[in-house]
Design a protein around this ligand. Structure first.
Ligand SMILES: Nc1ncnc2c1ncn2[C@@H]1O[C@H](COP(=O)(O)OP(=O)(O)OP(=O)(O)O)[C@@H](O)[C@H]1O
Length: 442
């Protein structure tokens, strides 16, 4: 690996318009990739990891200009490829090859493997058929197939073998960069390790730079030197692989790592379950995009919350922002949650929860204790719940909004170097940094 930069991506954005009606009026935008920066050195593998829909594939396709980026610069050997014309782009595409998840879809079933792999050579001027066949045979052997496979057809190969052929086809033009988008996810688990080790070998042999996209942290760990973690179109942490695994700096990275199944129970760290769904990239949360699910979301000043209870109160607040709670469900699902007889008899003679019982049921539903340890926070919550069960949803919602704001929804953290020595985008690190820069006067 070298200190030289081969690929530098700056402020890359890809927004897809959401249109309506026959006139295709733009009514919104899917912010699939929303300002990402990273670089890759020759011989280095950078991983991009994140949940489905966070924008990983869009980073790949827009940096190669398979689709046009909305904004940003992509420098390859210092030249901005976003300004390239058709001919320049064609030359660039030879130097930067892409490998896709589904090897079956990337081959023409009517062409032999030899024709498919050798086609780029023909396009690039090697007209001697025998010479092309020699190059292809050599490459087939290098990717673990046999030179005799050259006249066989795609359907005669297994998925893993087809991915080997795809690698051979990418390598035939001597690229400097390979962008591999989930290259083993469609393959049987038993052969994934073989393909990953082949990719590692090939990368070392050809001194290739690689951008390796996967939702699977285990796979990322096998092949990547550094990893960028993406959430809702943004990079939230970027670190050398082993450091990321042993000392993750962003709460989202910690949550992702906590969700990897560990076969050895002694190795099992504290597993973190993320609350809430991934928000839509067409309407990402304000401030830190992860604050709606973050276990470490920062509490407001003036209240002493136990962190997990603060998270639960935030979950309730976010739910109440969407509209009134379904009190009937709470009524039936939580008969007497407080356990102190808050039931009353309804008109039809059935026992139902009274208001206090309902409030207790809501707390149970959201995993909030029946009493918060901070008296003032408890008072706010109790008043909000009282309003909610008294059909005054708006007052309850507004009270929570006023009192229980988190700095994380007000300020979008930037990707900045943490004390660990690499970058993460989280206000907790900014707070830490401020404490170091401005020590308390006492
Ligand atoms: N052509 C398109 N038009 C509109 N939205 C799109 C388009 N392509 C992707 N998206 C949206 O952009 C977001 C990012 O998609 P992308 O495929 O890049 O994510 P990903 O992280 O690669 O996920 P996966 O692993 O599931 O492919 C998603 O919300 C997706 O629905």
């Amino acid at each position: 690996m070298s200190a030289r930069t081969l690929l530098e991506v700056k402020g890359l954005k890809k927004h897809y318009p959401i249109t309506q009606g026959v006139l295709k009026k733009e009514v919104g935008r899917v912010r699939a990739v929303d300002g990402v920066d990273f670089s890759v050195s020759p011989g280095e593998t950078l991983g991009i990891v994140g949940e489905s829909g966070c924008g990983k594939s869009t980073v790949a396709t827009s940096l190669l200009r398979l689709e046009e980026p909305t904004a940003g610069d992509v420098l390859f050997e210092g030249e901005d490829i976003t300004t390239y014309d058709k001919a320049e782009l064609k030359r660039f595409r030879r130097r930067a090859q892409m490998i896709f998840q589904d090897p079956t879809a990337s081959f023409d079933p009517r062409m032999s493997i030899g024709e498919s792999v050798g086609e780029p050579l023909l396009i690039h001027g090697i007209s001697d058929r025998n010479r092309r066949r020699e190059i292809v045979k050599d490459l087939l052997e290098r990717v673990g197939l046999s030179a005799d496979d050259i006249d066989r057809y795609p359907h005669e190969f297994s998925g893993g073998q087809k991915q080997r052929v795809a690698l051979a086809r990418a390598l035939v033009v001597n690229p400097e960069l390979i962008v591999a988008d989930e290259p083993v996810s469609a393959l049987d688990v038993s052969i994934q390790a073989d393909i990953l080790s082949l990719m590692n070998d090939i990368q070392a042999e050809f001194d290739l730079a690689m951008l390796f996209i996967s939702h699977n942290l285990g796979v990322i760990r096998e092949v990547c030197d550094r990893v960028a973690v993406m959430y809702l179109g943004e990079i939230v942490e970027i670190a050398p692989t082993e450091e990321l695994f042993s000392n993750p700096q962003h709460p989202y990275t910690r949550a992702l790592l906590g969700s990897i199944p560990q076969p050895d129970p002694r190795q099992r760290g504290e597993s973190i379950t993320l609350s809430g769904d991934v928000p839509s990239p067409s309407n990402p949360p304000a401030g830190c995009r992860f604050h709606t699910r973050c276990p470490d979301v920062i509490p407001p000043e003036g209240y002493e919350f136990e962190q997990r209870h603060w998270r639960s109160v935030q979950d309730l607040r976010q739910r109440m922002r969407k509209g009134p709670l379904d009190l009937e469900t709470v009524r039936t699902a939580h008969s007497d949650a407080a356990g102190d007889g808050h039931v009353q008899t309804a008109e039809d003679g059935q026992s139902v929860l009274d208001d206090e019982g309902l409030k207790a049921g809501i707390r149970e539903e959201f995993d909030i204790p029946q009493r918060l340890s901070d008296d003032e926070a408890e008072d706010v919550l109790d008043r909000a719940l009282t309003a909610e069960v008294s059909d005054d949803h708006e007052s309850g919602r507004d009270l929570l909004d006023e009192e229980f704001q988190t700095p994380c929804e007000q300020t979008a953290p930037e990707l900045r170097e943490t004390s660990a020595g690499w970058e993460a985008a989280c206000l907790l690190h900014d707070e830490q940094r401020q404490r170091v820069e401005q020590p308390a006067d006492d």
